[in-house]
Structure formats: C-alpha cells, structure tokens
Design a protein around this ligand. Structure first.
Ligand code: NI
Length: 186
C-alpha cells in the first residue's frame, strides 16, 4: 500500500468527466482502492475520489464516522467503503447548506447547497452491490464525492461566496461569535 499524491484545484484531472471502471475486480483497481483508503485515512478525510489521485475513473472511497452523522435515522454512520461506478438520485428539490472542505482545496471551507436526502448505489471490488437511502452529512459526503467524478468541485456549486474562507479564520470567527453570545447572555 502507498500514500498517493493528491491533485489540487487547478489541475485539469479534477475538472473532467471520469470514465466508468470496466472491471471493478481487476488487480490494479483493488490496489488503487487500497492506496486511496490509506491516503484518505492519512490525510485525514472522510472521502477521496479517484481523480483526486490523478486517476480519471468513476470510483471513490468514503467513511461516515459515528461522531459526524447527525440525529436523523437516515444519516447513518458507515465504516470505510468503496463505491465503484456509482449512481446518485436526489430525492428532494430542497437544498440545505453543508460546511464542506476538500482534500484538493486544502485549508479552505465553504457552505455548499446540497440535497438533504438522496439514494445511491454502486458496487465494491467483488461486485457486491450497495444501495442506500441517506440524509444529512452522509448525503452531503456522497454528493461531494460523486461530483468529483463529473469534474465538479464544491466552489462550482456555491451560491453565497461570503460563506467561503480559510478553515482557521472561520474557526476563529466562530469562537468570537460564541464568546460574544456568552457576554450578551451574562
Ligand atoms: Ni473533495
């Protein structure tokens, strides 16, 4: 296994439509998936799509940690998984803002409008299918990773660029707002 180099925004591999994986069980695909999982966990991140490691194929790895999933019963945690040749169906016209980062856009975060409920399906390297209906953070992660396969980065989904900033500055601003609120309540 190996930790792979991650492409950053500006590299053309990130803005192209990726090709379907012809044989999910091929040895080179299994090796790629194992390396992508190691790379995602090292980063650390909750998702990594093949074009982010310079491979323009339709697959991504992801995980929904217990502590990140919300209270909605469909916002289900899952362990580290791969989804090959995935399909995503948005189940509502509603859009909710989710704070996202991306390993290809290091140091920045933004509030991105996403469907709060989706259905998705795909297979793993053994051809075993997964199909789930999910909501909240889980649905957000899948939409973000799926977008990578169509060459879409989260800034291309944004509507309000005042909700875009460096992670450190946004965290500092949140702390200032919190202490302001405590002073107001005192
Ligand atoms: Ni990303």
């Amino acid at each position: 296994m190996a930790i792979l180099k991650i492409a950053r925004m500006g590299h053309p591999v990130l803005i192209q439509r990726c090709a379907p994986v012809p044989d999910p069980g091929a040895p080179e695909i299994r090796r790629l998936v194992a390396d992508m999982i190691e790379t995602m966990e090292d980063a650390p991140g909750v998702g990594l799509a093949a074009p982010q490691v310079y491979v323009p194929l339709r697959l991504f790895v992801f995980r929904i940690p217990d502590g990140r999933a919300g209270e909605d019963p469909l916002d289900t945690p899952v362990g580290t998984s791969v989804l090959i040749n995935p399909e995503v169906e948005l189940l509502t016209d509603e859009r909710v803002l989710y704070w996202e980062g991306c390993l290809s856009i290091p140091g920045l975060r933004a509030a991105v409008p996403r469907a709060p409920r989706i259905r998705y399906r795909g297979v793993d390297c053994d051809g075993v299918p997964t199909e789930r209906e999910v909501s909240g953070f889980h649905a957000d992660v899948i939409q973000h990773e799926y977008d990578h396969l169509d060459g879409i980065l989260y800034p291309m989904r944004m509507q309000d660029f005042s909700l875009f900033g460096f992670t450190e500055e946004l965290a500092a601003a949140a702390v200032r707002r919190e202490s302001q609120r405590e002073r107001t309540q005192a």
